[in-house]
Each structure stands twice: as C-alpha cells, then as structure tokens.
Write a protein that binds this ligand. Structure first.
Ligand code: TRP
Ligand code: SF4
Length: 327
C-alpha cells in the first residue's frame, strides 16, 4: 500500500446491478496497491431525495453488503457512511466560504439535472444541490486523497476539487494534495431493452438476482429484430445478448457470432448459453452475500469500525485546516 490514498463513494441507491460490477472490481483491485477509503454518500442522496428519506439508512446497509460480497475487504479498506463523519460537513462549510458561486454554476451537470428533474415535475433547485460538488470536494480532501476512481461523468467534479484545493493552499497554507482522477472503465452493458441500465427503467440485472430472475431478464433481452425464423442470418452487433456474451462468455463468443451470422443458432438457444454464463459468474457472489447476511450485525460492525478509522483521519485534517486558517 505505497501508491498513496484513494477515496471513492456511491450514493446509497440500494441493491446494485451488474453495471456496477466493473466499478467494484476496479475498487477491489485498487485495495491491493493503495490505502483506500470507500463510503456511502448518504448526504448526497438528500440532494435529490430530501422528501423521501425513509429508505436511505437501509439502502446503505444493502449497498455495503453488496460491496463486501463482491470483495471489498474491511481489513484492507476503510468502509464507512458519510454522515458518520461530521468533519465532511465542517470542511464543506469552510470551502463554501472560499468558493466563488460561478464555479458551482458552471458545473455542466448542474443546469442539466435541474432541467431533467423539472421535466419530471420536481424542483431540486436547493442550496444543497448547487453545493453538492463542493461537498464532494470535501469528501475527497478531508482524507487528503491522492487519487479518485471515477467515471467520466464525474471529471468536472474532480476538476472543481482540484481548484478548491489549490485555492485553499494558496490562500492559507498548503494542506491538500491535488487529487488526480483514475478513470474507471465505464460499463458497456446496456439494460435488457438496450437503453442505459437503470433501476428506474426496470431494465437492470441485479448482481445478486436469483437464477430464476436471471433467466427472466435474459429472456427479456432484445435480439436482432431482423431474425424472424431461427435460421435467418443474424447481426450480433445489434443484439443485447451478444453484448453480454462479449463480457461473460469469452470461450463461446467466437462460435456464437459465426453461428448467428449463418443462421445456425436460434436466439432461444443463444439465450440459454447466456443465462448459464451469467449464472457461472454471479452464483459465487450470491453465495458470498448469503454468508455475509447470515452473520447478523456484521455489516453494521464494519461500518462502525470504518467510521471510527475515517474519523481519526478526518479529525487530523481538520486540525491542519484550522491551524492553516488560524481559527
Ligand atoms: N457524486 C458521486 C455519485 O453521484 C458520489 C460521490 C460523492 C463521490 N462524493 C464522492 C465519488 C467523492 C467519488 C468521490 O456517484
Ligand atoms: Fe443475438 Fe444470439 Fe440471437 Fe444472434 S443468436 S441475434 S447473438 S440472441
């Protein structure tokens, strides 16, 4: 663990889908080389769900159970909930004093998301929503992280984090590193209907879906619409099943492509292979999750221990911040 410190987080949206799996695999391998902090961004969830807060706590536990089942290791990494470490809020407040409003207003996702929610009849133009990229900067800098694994959509937020760090260091005295982005490969998997995978479209495949559920999802996958009879030549490049084979059936992939193009395999048979491939990858994860759930209170213990470790680091940073600012 010599490469420095990493921080990343997710909003607690509950059970994860296989689009999240590549992100988690990435986190899992980073644990070997960095000192890692992974957290459930429950305060961030409030920016858009401040009216429906009932599920947030439970969603954190569900999500972190998923993390552990995939292989995040509380012995190696600090795993915690944002709201357990009040220093995030203190640093956010300090940053809010030195950050020009224009920096926040120009974050590209801001106007887009406000509009998107307005189209759904929801007003999210709250003070906290404008400020959430700054809360994110505090999440990262409170641990003086050197690198942040994020998807491409989060790059503007990381740029803001670097600008805030620079401004603070220049205005008072150097406390913060300027963290760099570790771009994680975004999942190329679409939902079963070929739109972006999302729980709200009900087109997602849960990492821990039971076998029967998996089969249903695979059956719902959209195939090449030009194939009416099973010996019509197919075009795997337009088919959702094929995209999943590319990731999950490495051994069968070449054969399937050829047979599809020649009309030698029907979509029903092809989907059977797909369901078996998914089952092969996901059943060990399902098993591990079951084992974790059977250890009553384990996830809450992990989160309590993580919070204590995170607080120690965060308190140290805040001490440096107060000293730098002479407050
Ligand atoms: N904004 C991120 C998301 O919506 C979650 C997040 C909050 C985060 N704070 C962070 C990610 C700090 C990385 C680092 O997914
Ligand atoms: Fe898709 Fe397979 Fe059908 Fe070809 S045979 S269209 S790859 S499901």
């Amino acid at each position: 663990m010599t490469k420095g410190r990493i921080l990343s987080g997710m909003r607690p949206t509950g059970r994860l889908h296989i689009g999240h799996l590549s992100v988690l695999e990435n986190w899992k391998s980073l644990q070997e080389e960095y000192s890692c902090f992974f957290f459930s961004a429950d305060w961030h969830a409030l920016t858009t769900s401040f009216e429906e807060t009932a599920g947030i706590k439970e969603n954190t536990v569900e999500m972190v159970t998923d993390w552990l089942a995939v292989g995040l290791d509380p012995e190696k990494s600090v795993i915690f909930t944002q709201s357990d470490v009040k220093e995030h809020a203190e640093l956010h407040l300090i940053f809010s004093m030195i950050t020009p409003l224009s920096w926040l207003e120009r974050v590209p996702t801001y106007k887009d998301q406000v509009q998107q929610f307005r189209d759904q009849g929801k007003d999210i133009m709250m003070y906290g929503f404008l400020g959430y990229p700054l809360l994110q900067a505090a999440d990262i800098l409170i641990y003086r992280a050197n690198a942040v694994p994020v998807g491409e959509d989060q790059l503007p937020h990381l740029e803001l984090t670097r600008e805030v760090a620079r401004r603070f260091n220049h205005m008072y005295s150097p406390v913060f590193p300027e963290p760099r982005a570790l771009l994680s490969r975004v999942s190329l998997l679409p939902g079963v209907d070929n739109r972006k995978m999302s729980k709200s479209y009900a087109n997602d495949i849960g990492i821990f879906a039971e076998q029967e559920e998996l089969k249903k999802k695979v059956n719902a996958m959209i195939t090449d619409p030009a194939r009416i009879r099973k010996n019509d030549p197919g075009h795997p490049e337009v088919c959702v099943v094929h995209k999943y084979h590319s990731l999950y059936s490495p051994d069968e992939l070449a054969g399937i492509e050829e047979q599809c193009r020649r009309g030698e395999i029907g979509c029903v048979a092809c989907k059977k292979i797909m369901a078996a491939s998914l089952e092969r990858v996901l059943s060990p994860l399902r098993e591990r999750r079951r084992e974790i759930v059977s250890r009553r209170g384990y996830v809450r213990e992990v989160l309590a221990d993580g919070a204590a470790r995170a607080r120690r680091e965060a308190a140290e940073t805040m001490k440096m911040v107060r000293e730098a600012m002479k407050i």
